[in-house]
Design a protein. Structure first.
Ligand SMILES: Cc1cc2nc3c(=O)[nH]c(=O)nc-3n(C[C@H](O)[C@H](O)[C@H](O)COP(=O)(O)OP(=O)(O)OC[C@H]3O[C@@H](n4cnc5c(N)ncnc54)[C@H](O)[C@@H]3O)c2cc1C
Ligand SMILES: Cc1cc2nc3c(=O)[nH]c(=O)nc-3n(C[C@H](O)[C@H](O)[C@H](O)COP(=O)(O)OP(=O)(O)OC[C@H]3O[C@@H](n4cnc5c(N)ncnc54)[C@H](O)[C@@H]3O)c2cc1C
Ligand SMILES: Cc1cc2nc3c(=O)[nH]c(=O)nc-3n(C[C@H](O)[C@H](O)[C@H](O)COP(=O)(O)O)c2cc1C
Ligand SMILES: Cc1cc2nc3c(=O)[nH]c(=O)nc-3n(C[C@H](O)[C@H](O)[C@H](O)COP(=O)(O)O)c2cc1C
Ligand code: FES
Ligand code: FES
Lengths: 268, 303, 303, 268
């Protein structure tokens, strides 16, 4: 956990509202694990006030990448940054996915909704390096929400996608794709399901996993004040030792075992 | 090198920069980012006697140059604090101040008494001003009577210096400060957060699980500074100023207005090393202006 | 097209957007920039009986997402207003509201009586909450008693509806609002500015000629919204909400919290056509959400 | 007086902290007079909150120019704008210099301190067009504060400069240069002195003008809320009909006859 006030941006790609920034950050990169995230400063002034949390999307030598969708003022400011400029970031933060070495040779399913693909890409590379047989399911509202599809395919990942409107891939939800996939897998169910995306999607993933008795890890989101455990602003209800508590997502998460997450009926 | 130390009477600080309660965890969370021993000191997260659940999320909303929080003082309670956290803090060479909460006068007293047996605590800061606990944001710091009552009981129970932390959500801050002083406060800290609200127009729900929360950050600085100025010109005990401090210049504004020390809150969340950056800016200012003793600027505003 | 009109009982407005006093001159200054007749209405600059000098400059300081002003109600006085300005306003087809000031109950009454003889004024807004006049920022809206006293006298003297404008610098805004209602207020407007200060650290002088001033703008919105919510859920008369409104979403927040109309202040200075931009954003929202009558959203916050 | 929300930037020059932006704004340009100013939006967000006042520096067909020194966050943001982007501005505001047609053929002295040169450049062009014989005195702390010197010379203006440190021109204050100039002029004193710069400089100009019985017009600065007369935030003590009053600089100024300006002992 470091502050790198001057991570130099070395690359930028964009697809509509989606952006990929890569930057040199040797110290943070050396420690980064899939599922961990960064808190990135979006302004030198106290407006917008807070850093923005973004998952670590990729690592290559000393270089890290973030992949994000413009959601408001903070991500919009970030999207204006160009190579040569620097980012001020804290990281790597949180605990990330539980990558057990004995996943080698086993099937793993990574399920990403929209910008939720961000941390799964890093995860997929690491799992592949480990020798796991990873399959990526990537869903969005429409084709424009799947900007990484071509890349994933080109890089040889086993890959399927879905869109709500059917413009590409299976028409429907990515969780329906997930059910198809498990059904098709037949005798060899995934040894682990890793998912990141909007809450309703994660809730559906958790249900399917429970139903099929699959171990699943979910990467959650929440409003973050600090990102490193100091403010207690980011809590989610998590069940531990049978007791549900408000647990800090930034410190103990953002990835939690699916069965430990207690979903509120409606988020207020 | 200018002398940056400030003397609160009951406590001499290396420098006037304290980290504010609730924005600095139990201190240890910041060790990866800065050397705690370089701070004037820090105030740990508010402690009730027992552990507390806190409020349902969302607990934070960002607003223009501000932050509304409704954490609701989730925390481990004083016993766990003494058992698990305090030993680590005792190894530090900086002023550790404990922020004391209570649902009743008795609870404040119980917390203070539990702490009294321990070493390594420079002072207690009595939080009679948290807006996130009662439904309507009310707290003892809303009236001189209830302020006096809590402070008197706590002073009676404690062997330690007592800093009383006031709420800005009042008509007459001077009156409350005078009540705290009269009841024995060794110092006055102000301000806690401003009672605030935000609504999601899409869902028509409050953006905070707790409906109301407390506003902090640069947005409130001009109001906080006014209150520190008003209080410092009327009380005899030292005033610890805070509210929206983001830079060395902000620290100097509060000190010129009359604060002997300051607390940095929300800035710590954005920059875990904010206190040291700010300290550096204060040092630079003193050097540039040839100020030998930082204490000389306290309460020098020319009105 | 959604119906954007709102009914204050004593006054029906085309739409809920009023321009706030002191930020809209006498209205006419804005004619080069917008069609005044498209507004719900506007409140002219505060008027004392006689002309007033106002405070020495500097009168303005910008702060993070906020503005502190200490104009001190410089103005032409009610006689010059009636002679020179009012005739031009009478030609307009929008609600013209006059902001009434006074150094004493008698002065409020004199201003209201002078206005009573004239036509073309939809209501008087009694400004009992200006922080820039007394040295310590005190004003009648600091206590229920003085609020009641002024409102009662003004109501007795005036044939017009009386809107009472409250100060946010109080512990219990609901208590003051109830006092105003009890004394006969036809509507409650809140909030006026927050008493604030800024210091130039280079010179150690206050940045405002008047030392203290009033903070407005987006910085204060979360606090203002909280107060409007608290008041609207307790009084029976209509509430006019304001404080930092910058967008259509801000208007909707205030209305969902319980305001029947709103005022836009500081935004007018930055964008002289801000009221119409904001109105357009409210219209777009209603269209998008299929809201037929804007009034239906008033006080619908789901807590 | 208009709002032009989309004045397209067509040119940008810079010299250290000094910037010149030119932009198309036909409606505002058509009405602009020397000494008038614009209120320019520096951010789309409410931080920094207020527009910034800048004098009109130049006009050429439909194009206006502003010349400014970076003084803080607002001007720093403005300095980052590039050709192709647009400015949101109000203008032309205020009354400007009193350019009497009978100045034709007469000597006029324009005295600018630092960024105070900004409106005098526009003034100089208009006076030259009118046939007045304009001389520009341009002072600053050091050579870097006189970025327009070469241009003024190249454009054939009668021109002299001063610097506090003597790096270029006369060593000393621009008001000392002004005294030299008046002395040298001998029998033909200027028919008008126009000045813009920091308050102490303007105060000195006013003293010299009173002393030598020269008509002088001063362009004042003050913190502005609106720039168009609505907030009463920008007042300066002005004597009119023997009575000193707080007069709005944005509406009745920013240019005032030197003898009407009442100087406070110290500005607080
Ligand atoms: C651990 C974590 C990892 C994330 N990783 C990614 C990623 O890799 N790619 C990506 O596109 N997005 C990611 N997000 C979501 C991203 O942080 C938000 O989209 C972003 O903060 C929105 O900021 P904004 O200023 O653009 O929007 P605004 O709506 O203007 O933000 C307003 C406030 O709400 C907060 N906020 C709003 N939405 C969210 C949210 N969903 N989660 C957390 N805070 C929010 C912001 O921090 C800010 O304080 C992640 C969130 C978390 C918690
Ligand atoms: C009528 C008029 C014409 C001007 N013309 C020019 C010009 O042509 N070129 C140029 O370089 N400068 C000019 N100025 C000064 C310029 O407006 C300020 O330098 C600028 O507003 C500073 O803003 P900032 O955000 O960079 O600095 P900050 O210090 O961050 O500004 C803080 C606040 O103070 C105000 N402020 C600070 N200094 C001044 C000042 N001297 N005058 C008015 N407001 C101030 C700003 O508007 C802002 O609200 C003019 C000022 C006025 C009043
Ligand atoms: C997330 C958060 C939690 C806080 N928790 C506490 C607390 O436990 N006890 C307390 O006295 N003040 C608490 N505060 C108030 C701060 O200590 C401080 O008084 C306030 O935030 C104003 O300072 P700032 O603007 O620098 O943040 C909290 C503030 C924030 C933002
Ligand atoms: C420059 C200025 C002058 C003001 N003058 C008055 C006034 O004369 N009478 C009054 O009741 N309120 C006055 N106000 C307060 C506003 O009407 C309004 O209550 C306040 O600014 C909050 O709204 P805002 O944040 O939208 O500006 C003034 C505010 C400003 C910024
Ligand atoms: S974001 Fe601050 S504790 Fe998690
Ligand atoms: S700046 Fe608003 S009246 Fe002059």
């Amino acid at each position: 956990m470091f502050k790198d006030p001057e991570a130099r941006i070395v690359g930028k790609e964009s697809w509509g509202d989606y952006f990929l920034l890569t930057f040199d950050s040797p110290a943070v990169s050396a420690l980064a694990r899939p599922g961990q995230f960064l808190m990135i400063k979006v302004s030198d002034e106290p407006y917008p006030l807070l850093r923005r949390p973004l998952g670590i999307h990729s690592r290559k030598d000393k270089t890290l990448g973030v992949f994000f969708k413009v959601a408001g003022i903070g991500t919009a400011l970030l999207a204006r940054k160009t190579p040569g400029e620097t980012l001020d970031l804290l990281g790597p933060l949180g605990k990330g996915f539980n990558i057990d070495p004995c996943l080698a040779g086993k099937p793993v399913l990574a399920v990403g909704g929209g910008r939720g693909i961000a941390p799964l890409y890093f995860l997929a590379w690491e799992l592949r390096a480990l020798g796991a047989s990873i399959k990526i399911l990537y869903g969005g509202r429409t084709q424009a929400d799947l900007p990484l599809a071509d890349k994933l395919r080109a890089e040889g990942f086993d890959f399927a996608c879905s869109t709500d409107d059917g413009t590409v891939g299976r028409r429907g939800l990515v969780t329906e794709l997930m059910e198809d996939e498990i059904k098709a897998g037949g005798g060899s169910p995934p040894a682990l399901v890793c998912a990141c995306g909007p809450d309703p999607m994660l809730q559906a993933v958790a249900l399917i996993a429970r139903d099929k008795r699959l171990p699943a890890e979910l990467s959650l989101e929440s409003r973050m004040g600090c990102g490193f455990g100091a403010c207690w602003g980011c809590v989610q209800r998590i069940r531990r030792d049978g007791k549900a508590e408000w647990i800090k997502i930034c410190e103990d998460g953002p990835v939690f075992p699916a069965e430990s997450v207690v979903w509120e009926k409606e988020s207020p | 090198m200018s002398d940056l130390s400030v003397d609160l009477g009951f406590l001499k600080l290396k420098n006037p920069i304290l980290a504010a309660s609730g924005t600095f965890g139990y201190g240890l969370e910041f060790e990866p980012f800065l050397d705690l021993n370089r701070l004037g000191g820090f105030v740990v997260k508010g402690l009730y006697y027992g552990p507390r659940e806190g409020n349902p999320p969302p607990r934070l909303v960002e607003t223009p140059s501000g932050l509304i929080n409704a954490i609701g003082l989730q925390g481990i309670g004083v016993e766990a604090f003494i058992a698990k956290v305090l030993p680590k803090l005792q190894a530090l060479d900086t002023a550790v101040i404990v922020n004391v909460c209570g649902a009743s006068e008795e609870e404040y007293v119980r917390v203070v008494e539990a702490l009294d047996a321990e070493e390594g605590i420079a002072a207690c800061e009595i939080n009679i001003s948290c807006p996130n606990v009662n439904k309507d944001g009310a707290c003892p710091a809303f009236s001189p009577e209830s302020t006096r009552a809590v402070v008197r009981e706590v002073k009676r129970a404690s062997r330690r210096p007592v800093i009383v932390k006031l709420s800005p959500n009042v008509t007459n801050i001077v009156e409350i400060a005078l009540a705290a002083q009269e009841a024995g406060a060794d110092a006055i800290a102000l301000v806690n957060t401003f009672l605030a609200m935000a609504i999601d127009v899409e869902t028509r729900r409050p953006k905070l699980g707790n409906v109301l929360g407390g506003l902090s950050g640069p947005a409130i600085k001009p109001i906080a500074l006014r209150m520190v100025y008003q209080v410092a010109s009327r009380v005899k005990v030292p005033v610890i100023g805070m509210g929206g401090i983001w830079s060395g210049a902000d620290v100097l504004e509060f000190m010129i207005a009359g604060a002997r020390a300051v607390q940095v809150g929300t800035a710590n969340l954005v920059d875990p090393d904010a206190c040291l950056r700010i300290l550096g800016e204060v040092e630079d200012f003193c050097r540039r202006k040839g100020i030998e003793r930082l204490e000389d600027i306290i309460a020098t505003v020319k009105t």
